[in-house]
Design a protein around this ligand. Structure first.
Ligand code: ACO
Length: 324
């Protein structure tokens, strides 16, 4: 008889576009400064696509994660991509990844949970794996946010970047020890990007694309209250205390949010690794890119307890305690 099976992250990968755009580069294009951006957000530069696509970056991140995990395309049962910026409405990014890597046994689909997209995809995979329907899954967060920014709106466009992160997960004896997720649709309008408007022979609307709008202070208030509560809840559910956690890998929205969460949990900021200095906020891709950077630096050792936490548009949030 097998013991309790869990969903374990066995490999990570990521891909950033080539073009580096610094705060100084932006200050030549608009009325902003390195001082304003870095003091309020911690962001110093971000990568933006030129020829790269959401699917193309996802494929590279996926291949790196599979290589890191030692898993072949034939072993993958499920591919889920958290994204709000797929290249096509259909096919999904996940189906494009499936075709490119040749994972022809896999079921593939995207989900929209904005900045919580990777966490929600992980929890969906966990549910499939726990039922025994599937054994091995490829989970991604991937975004080309630069295409949904209004580059005349300095209050939003300086915050975001492009990129993709991936993880291979498999049923194992350890892995996700506990998770918490939630949504509050009543606050959804504090962070929006409208889809196409109704347009048919009976109604006429502009087909101009819409861009991202944000009430930054409302998002800040939401994040600094919901995230610490969610983390406390998962840590307790895992039968651990905050002091047992080796690292907290949070969505990389803003250094001030991360510092505030650290303070509210009474944990040293050293336990909160960051990538936002060189990536900006990449929505669903933030958590898996950060995790891959931690993995690449050799920070993650078997048996360590790591908290992952995503939060953002919807509004949505999701946290997990994983044993590495
Ligand atoms: N450069 C220079 N000045 C700017 C810029 C800029 N890039 N952007 C805005 N300003 C100006 C504004 O015009 C305003 O000027 P005014 O006082 O003359 O009107 C002033 O700076 C203050 O603007 P606020 O929007 O009030 O700035 P705030 O201090 O709230 O900082 C920020 C904005 C950093 C976004 C903050 O609200 C925040 O930390 N929010 C957290 C949410 C977040 O980071 N969201 C990211 C995406 S959501 C997510 O991933 C969960």
């Amino acid at each position: 008889m097998r013991g309790k099976m869990r969903t374990r992250i066995i490999g990570t990968g990521s891909c950033l576009p080539e073009t580096v755009v610094t705060n100084d580069d932006l200050s030549k294009m608009m009325d902003t400064s390195d001082e304003w951006i870095s003091s309020r957000t911690g962001i110093r530069e971000r990568r933006l696509v030129k020829e790269e696509t959401t699917a193309g970056m996802s494929v590279t991140a996926a291949r790196r994660a599979m290589e890191n995990a030692g898993v072949s395309a034939q072993e993958i049962d499920l591919i889920i991509v958290g994204t709000i910026t797929g290249d096509y409405v259909t096919p999904s990014v996940a189906c494009e990844v499936q075709a490119a890597i040749g994972a022809d046994r896999a079921t593939a689909f995207d989900i929209n949970a904005a900045c919580s997209g990777f966490m929600f995809a992980l929890f969906i995979a966990d549910a499939y794996l726990k039922t025994g329907i599937y054994k091995t899954a490829l989970i991604l967060g991937a975004e080309t946010l630069s295409k949904i920014m209004d580059w005349n709106d300095r209050s939003t466009c300086v915050l975001f970047g492009d990129g993709a992160g991936a993880a291979v997960v498999r049923s194992d004896e350890t892995g996700i020890l506990a998770y918490d997720q939630g949504s509050d649709g009543t606050k959804g309008m504090v962070l929006t990007c409208r889809n196409r408007k109704n347009n048919n022979p009976f109604v006429s609307n502009s087909t101009e694309p819409s861009y991202t709008h944000m009430d930054g202070q409302e998002v800040y208030k939401f994040a600094v209250t919901t995230v610490p509560d969610s983390i406390k809840e998962v840590v307790e559910e895992a039968g651990l205390s905050i002091g047992d956690i080796d690292y907290f890998a949070l969505h990389q929205a803003n250094i001030r949010i991360i510092r505030s969460v650290a303070k509210r949990l009474n944990v040293s900021e050293d336990k909160f690794p960051t990538s936002l200095e060189h990536c900006g906020n990449i929505s669903a891709a933030s958590v898996p890119i950060l995790l891959d950077e931690m993995n690449g630096k050799g920070l993650l050792k078997p048996g360590m307890k790591i908290v992952l936490s995503g939060f953002g548009g919807g509004l949505t949030w999701g946290s997990a305690v994983v044993e590495w």
